[in-house]
Design a protein around this ligand. Structure first.
Ligand SMILES: [Zn+2]
Ligand SMILES: [Zn+2]
Length: 283
């Protein structure tokens, strides 16, 4: 698919502070060389990479927008909410994230126990080593299963493991939607629904969610993601207009090995949608 070489904004990506493979500094350098001028680092449930990324951004001459991708449970379904342009030192947000970080550690133990029961041993030690000081995510377990030849690709792991009904699946109660939005607002940020079409929801469930999200104070939705098709972009733009939400763009970049997604390689926002960056203070 034809895409413009680079979009000046990329408002969703991951570093080694969660399940990305580049350090915050490497990520910022790659974004800058791809032509990104405004980059939001949005690791899963942590802002541990923000300080290093901000320093690197000064050197690279681009603007780093502090962010975080918060895991939320709503009606037993998991959603990802980006806190965009948040104060990384805000106590309310940091306290909320600390709870999720504890939850992730407990969940990692439960996933490893479930795999043990299926004779897959040593997962916890392996993912702890991979994650280092960062968050342990299902991606780490997926990489472990690929390394042990249980699947040929990280994406392929999720056909047979780590999902509902399969070995390594653990039901998790993440943050409440209203709480996550309160933390983001307390930290002066905007709440953006990440990748709206990736939750395997019917259109009516997605509409119900968007109604709840909007009335709880949600600001925007991602319209352009790293591998969005033109049809998906049109669908999300339609939701933005219908629910009065601002439009965001973000690659959800994790790893240079996933060559179909890269920092800043994003289609433009469709006409008639107000971009989230109209609300960002440009320093
Ligand atoms: Zn996500
Ligand atoms: Zn993400």
């Amino acid at each position: 698919m034809d895409r413009p070489l680079s979009h000046p904004y990329d408002l969703h990506c991951h570093s080694t502070a969660s399940d990305g493979s580049l350090s915050p500094c490497e990520l910022v350098r790659r974004a800058a060389s791809n032509g990104v001028r405004y980059l939001a680092l949005t690791d899963h449930d942590t802002m541990a990479g923000i300080e290093a990324a901000s320093r690197a951004a000064v050197h690279a001459g681009i603007r780093l927008i502090p962010g975080v991708e918060i895991s939320v449970s709503w009606n037993k379904k998991c959603f990802h909410i980006i806190g965009l342009d948040v104060d990384p030192h805000n106590h309310t947000l940091l306290t909320g994230l600390a709870d999720l970080q504890r939850l992730r550690m407990e969940r990692a133990e439960c996933i490893a126990n479930s795999l043990e029961k299926h004779n897959i041993h040593g997962a916890l030690e392996a993912v702890r080593e991979m994650a280092g000081d960062g968050m342990i995510t299902r991606t780490h377990f997926a990489r472990f299963l690929v390394a042990r030849d249980y699947a040929t690709s990280v994406a392929g792991v999720f056909d047979r493991y780590l999902v509902r009904g399969k070995p390594g699946y653990v039901a998790t109660q993440w943050a409440e939607l209203e709480d996550a939005l309160d933390w983001i607002q307390a930290a002066g940020g905007m709440a953006i629904l990440a990748h709206p079409l990736r939750y395997q929801l019917t259109a009516s469930w997605l509409r119900r969610f968007l109604t709840a999200f909007q009335s709880a104070g949600g600001t925007g939705i991602e319209i352009v993601s790293g591998n969005s098709t033109p049809q998906q972009i049109a669908t999300c733009a339609d939701y933005a207009r219908r629910y009065g939400l601002l439009g965001s763009v973000g690659s959800d970049f994790h790893d240079p090995a996933f060559t179909w997604v890269d920092l800043g390689r994003l289609s433009p926002l469709p006409a008639g949608v107000t971009p989230v960056w109209s609300r960002l203070e440009m320093h």
